[in-house]
Design a protein around this ligand. Structure first.
Ligand SMILES: NC(=O)c1ccc[n+]([C@@H]2O[C@H](COP(=O)([O-])OP(=O)(O)OC[C@H]3O[C@@H](n4cnc5c(N)ncnc54)[C@H](O)[C@@H]3O)[C@@H](O)[C@H]2O)c1
Length: 329
């Protein structure tokens, strides 16, 4: 075992993906600094790590510079769901762009490796299917999703310019839909929405006719991809798609959730939001080759773990629907 642990920063470390990544890094023996402004992150997400001498949580907004010593930076800070990133779109773009500049500046000063949590949204509403990393995307720069999509695209540009101009040691991961315990219960993302509605016995809302497809990666698989990407040689920068290529229609996902929760919920249909992509599926050939990585957790298993999490959360908060038998008495 090394005498000195690697010092790693996770921005957005109190969020859904960030908190799982912090746990994984602690298990790997790293010294972890979680940096978060708690806009969508929650202290509950990191509660189990508080008290670990190798874990430190810092309230900080990455649109302001940060001066610490560090070996690796995972830059995850940014609201990720449309409800949250459209709440204050200017701040969303600032977090992506100014946040990237600040974290790249820190990487430049310390010589740290830096990994950007980019997104499949850089492909916009894709006309190429599945999307590989050479596809340049079809993004509407003026619509309500642009603060996120264009912010992430600009962050990628900054990463590659810092590499060309300052020899920064960069890695860019383009994340596709990921789900698991600690997703925010009210963020409107399809997996958490369906599960919470099913557990509460409410109608399950499907936008459009439900034939639009998505591909869902379980959080542990994604986090493993992050760590493998960070550990690649400096010449390897990405961008690299990380996600699960198993594509299903959103209506089929709703059926899975109803079956696994044993819910009595009905499916109701609503109008599709503006610029919602019809299809989303990663081509992960490059990640398979470069990282020897691919998702391992089957959808039903990942859904069961996620359902168990939301079930506990709703039971504790008193928001769980009564089962039909109990309700009848
Ligand atoms: N979950 C997914 O399916 C998915 C898909 C594509 C990309 N991503 C990217 O992964 C990253 C993490 O996503 P997530 O799903 O965990 O979302 P999340 O909202 O749970 O986590 C984001 C975290 O960043 C923090 N944050 C936001 N603005 C900040 C700021 N200015 N300074 C400091 N902290 C700030 C939030 O408080 C939160 O803890 C995001 O960058 C997101 O764009 C996620």
């Amino acid at each position: 075992m090394a005498l000195i642990s690697k010092r790693v920063i996770v921005t957005g470390g109190a969020g859904f993906l960030g908190s799982h990544l912090c746990e994984r890094l602690l298990r790997d023996g790293c010294d972890v600094l979680c940096v978060d402004n708690y806009f969508t992150g929650r202290k509950d997400n990191i509660a189990s790590m508080i008290g670990d001498s190798r874990f430190e949580a810092m309230r900080h907004d990455i649109t302001f510079p940060l001066y610490v010593e560090v070996d690796e930076i995972y830059n995850l800070a940014c609201p990720a769901s449309p409800i949250h990133y459209q709440y204050d779109p200017v701040q969303t773009t600032k977090t992506s762009v100014i946040g990237a500049i600040n974290m790249l500046g820190l990487a430049k000063r310390t010589g740290a490796k830096i990994l950007q949590a980019s997104t499949s949204e850089v492909y916009g509403d894709p006309v190429v299917h599945p999307q590989d990393e050479d596809y340049r995307g079809n993004v509407n720069p003026l619509g309500p999703r642009a603060c996120y999509d264009e912010g992430k695209r600009c962050a990628e540009t900054l990463f590659f310019d810092y590499r060309r101009q300052h020899a920064a040691r960069i890695k860019v991961a383009r994340i596709f839909n990921t789900y698991g315990p600690r997703m925010h219960p009210n963020d409107g993302r399809v997996v958490s929405n369906f599960i919470v509605q099913a557990l509460r016995g409410e109608d399950i809302t499907l936008f459009g006719d439900g034939s639009q497809t998505r591909a869902f990666c379980y959080v542990d698989d994604l986090v493993d991809g992050f760590v493998r990407l960070m550990n690649t040689a400096d010449e390897f920068t990405g961008p690299l798609n990380l996600g699960n290529p198993h594509e299903i229609a959103v209506s089929e996902l709703a059926q899975h959730v109803i079956r696994l929760t044993g819910s009595q919920s009905r499916i109701v249909y609503r109008e599709l939001p503006q610029d919602d992509p019809r299809q989303r599926c990663p081509d992960i050939s490059r990640a398979r080759k470069a990282l020897g990585w691919e998702p391992r957790v089957p959808l039903d298993e990942g859904l069961m773990r996620t359902i168990a999490y939301f079930d506990r959360m709703l039971t504790l908060s008193g928001g769980r629907a009564k089962s039909p038998e109990t309700a009848a008495t």
